[in-house]
Each structure stands twice: as structure tokens, then as C-alpha cells.
Unconditional design. Structure first.
Length: 223
């Protein structure tokens, strides 16, 4: 039976480089308890007042992890990426400590495969994912782009001229473009859920969901 992990469970983060520090900082803003670990005393000191707990330790040493109580965590993030050897060794140590959920940063597909094979539950490719996202955004009409598995995406964008000034039902966005407008934001107002009767104006922003290739084509329509 899969162990159920509390949504507010404390998080162990190993590595306080840009990715690890950003993750620790965001978790802190979400009121999550964080223990951030790094071998660099300067980084540990820098983040000492920004996250719940910081400690200087070498996570490549399983005894060092035991001393800081790593085995008591349900969630761990291996944010070390510059050294593949260190990343793999740390992940293996966390697996040996039977931490239920391990997220690990990878810098290449081969690195990611190794992490997955030794027991990482989730492998993250931050640089590759950021590059893919930017590639979609450079067209200029998309303001944000999130892609999930199977080429499904959710996008914040300006509405093409083809659907402006009419209700979503009349625009035929679902039948013509195979997409769904999830939300609409008019100037000075918050996002609201879209309905078939929602009319899109020239100044609105829209949230669109659907196949990423269909979204690309839709975004490329005459503005």
C-alpha cells in the first residue's frame, strides 16, 4: 500500500544552488517547514534566515544524513546537478534511508535515467523545461505556457482576432480549433471562468487548454 504523505509535510532539500534555493524559498513562502543542506558554509549562512532550518553537511555521506535526521523526512529534493556523481550518491543514500518521495534534478537524459533506476520517484529537468517553455513564448502572443504529459498544455495568451467580439459558443473554438477557453481576464479585473456565453473583447487575456500543437496553430492566427 502506498504511504500517504501529508500535504504540509516538511521537506528536505539538498543543495542550495539556484534551483535548490529557489525551491526552498518558494516552500518557505508556502509555509512549509524546510531543512536545507549544503556543503558550502557561505550558502548555508546566506539562507539561514530565509528558510526554516539550514545545516552544513555532506549528503554524500549517509552517516551525515542520519545525524541531521534525514530519515525522518517523507519528502526530499536532490537539487545537486553540477556533479552527477554527487547527485547519484546522494539519491542512493536517500533511497537507503527509505525516504518515500524523492525528487531529483537531472542535467541530461542519461543522468535522469540513472536517478530513476536507483529509486528517484520524480526526475526534474529544470534547464530543459525552461528552454521548452521559452521556445513557446517567443512567438509573442503567449504570455505563459505549461505543458503536461501527452502534449497537453495550458496557456495564457492574447485572443486571436478570429474569436473576438463573439461568444465562445459562436466562435466555434472547440469545433474549429479543438481547444477550450478555461478563463478570461478583462483589464482591471480578476480571471473568471469562461462559459459558452462569454464574449471575448480586444483587450482580454484568455487561458486556453488543449493539445500543444493545436495551441501553437491557434496562437499563430492573425491577431
Amino acid at each position: 500500500m502506498v504511504e500517504r504523505i501529508a500535504h504540509d509535510a516538511p521537506v528536505l532539500i539538498i543543495g542550495l544552488g539556484r534551483f535548490g534555493a529557489a525551491t526552498a524559498g518558494q516552500l518557505e513562502r508556502l509555509d512549509r517547514d524546510v531543512l536545507a543542506v549544503d556543503t558550502d558554509a557561505g550558502l548555508v549562512q546566506k539562507w539561514a534566515e530565509r528558510v526554516t532550518h539550514t545545516v552544513q553537511a555532506d549528503a554524500r555521506n549517509i552517516d551525515a544524513l542520519r545525524q541531521i535526521g534525514a530519515q525522518d523526512f517523507s519528502i526530499a529534493v536532490v537539487a545537486v546537478g553540477s556533479s552527477i556523481e554527487a547527485s547519484v550518491l546522494i539519491t542512493a543514500n536517500l533511497v537507503d534511508l527509505k525516504i518515500p518521495q524523492i525528487w531529483a534534478k537531472a542535467i541530461s537524459q542519461s543522468h535522469g535515467k540513472i536517478l530513476a533506476r536507483i529509486g528517484a520517484n520524480h526526475v526534474i529537468y529544470p534547464e530543459a523545461e525552461a528552454g521548452e517553455r521559452v521556445a513557446h513564448l517567443v512567438s509573442g502572443r503567449m504570455l505563459d505556457f505549461i505543458e503536461f504529459d501527452d502534449d497537453f498544455a495550458i496557456v495564457k495568451m492574447y485572443p486571436p482576432k478570429a474569436i473576438r467580439g463573439m461568444s465562445l459558443n459562436d466562435s466555434g473554438i472547440r469545433t474549429k480549433h479543438r481547444l477550450t477557453v478555461v478563463g478570461v481576464k478583462s483589464p482591471g479585473k480578476e480571471f473568471t471562468y469562461a462559459t459558452p456565453e462569454t464574449v471575448i473583447s480586444n483587450h482580454d487575456l484568455i487561458i486556453v487548454s488543449g493539445n500543444s500543437h493545436d495551441i501553437e496553430r491557434f496562437a499563430g492566427l492573425q491577431s
